[in-house]
Design a protein around this ligand. Structure first.
Ligand SMILES: Nc1ncnc2c1ncn2[C@@H]1O[C@H](COP(=O)(O)OP(=O)(O)O)[C@@H](O)[C@H]1O
Ligand SMILES: [Mg+2]
Length: 275
């Protein structure tokens, strides 16, 4: 890699579905782009990817074509709002919900080739604790867990962190509370989660903040636009913009033991990939 810093790779993940991951990814990506960053987004919800739909894009090809060797990554990446680049996922292709080692190695090699042209890579994972979800979290420098204030979502967030810790040695997580009514509801979720995690697991959870419940957000979704673009004065858009600044200020992450995008030097080193 060149003398340039390696790109920051951030996974946005959750235990429970429907907590707002894809909207978080889309809006943080556009916010970063508006801050002048070069942003690449990987839609890693390989069974039910819908980031492209959220942003009104109609890609001809998807990650499936990259993985099966039909297309090179540059032919599949599409341009989104504010110059963000997106590698769309297929929707409804069952084989992809479980990536094989060869496919992972291939993906690593191709993403590595983008290294010099991006500052930040965001990964929109599927929900749950499937092999693929665990994999995309492991290969990221930072893991942002999204939870809503619903107890089911909080419990599932805990379960995901627990599996990532016990099985894969992950120790550091950031928590984003979406759909919070106000600041104290967000903080409450954080306190509960960090208390239980502190008692039963040897992990640290940093609180990234909350995105408020915002009736304008579903409107933006229906318009297939990022809310930071079409309703920049709405409360969630302001929260996304503030959060992008916080994320940008993260100190460089300590290296993890396992292989990571832009750290493992791609396919040449992928033999050590334990997933
Ligand atoms: N802060 C919010 N306020 C109101 N509605 C929201 C908010 N965040 C997400 N939503 C709604 O929740 C739905 C699910 O969000 P999505 O990003 O698709 O979740 P996930 O990717 O976690 O499954 C979206 O259709 C969106 O309209
Ligand atoms: Mg999603």
């Amino acid at each position: 890699m060149s003398s340039k810093c390696r790109p920051k790779v951030i996974a946005i993940t959750s235990g429970k579905g429907g907590v707002g991951k894809t909207n978080v990814v889309a809006n943080l990506a556009v916010s970063f782009a508006m801050m002048g960053k070069k942003v690449f987004v990987l839609d890693a919800d390989l069974g039910l990817g819908n980031l492209d739909i959220l942003l009104g894009l109609a890609p001809r090809f998807t990650l499936a074509h990259v993985l099966n060797g039909v297309k090179k990554i540059d032919d599949v990446i599409v341009n989104g709002p504010k110059g963000i680049r997106i590698l769309p996922a297929a929707s409804g292709i069952q084989e992809l919900t479980h990536l094989g080692t060869e496919e992972k190695v291939n993906l690593f090699g191709q993403i590595e080739s983008l290294g010099d042209s991006i500052d930040i890579m965001l990964i929109d994972t599927a929900a749950g604790i499937s092999q693929n979800v665990l994999f995309f979290n492991m290969v990221s420098n930072e893991i942002i867990v999204v939870a809503s204030p619903e107890p089911t979502s909080v419990i599932d967030a805990y379960a995901l962190m627990k599996v990532l810790h016990l099985r894969h040695g992950e120790k550091r997580f950031k928590l984003l509370v979406n759909f919070a009514k106000n600041k104290s509801e967000g903080l409450e979720v954080y306190k509960n989660l960090s208390m239980v995690a502190g008692r039963y697991l040897n992990i640290s959870i940093d609180y990234l903040g909350f995105i408020p419940l915002d009736e304008n957000l579903p409107k933006a979704v229906r318009e297939q636009k990022a809310i930071v673009e079409i309703f920049p004065d709405s409360k969630s858009a302001k929260a996304f913009n503030d959060m992008a600044k916080v994320v940008d200020d993260f100190p460089p992450s300590e290296p993890k033991d396992n292989i990571q995008f832009f750290v493992g030097r791609g396919a040449g080193n992928s033999a050590g990939m334990q997933v």
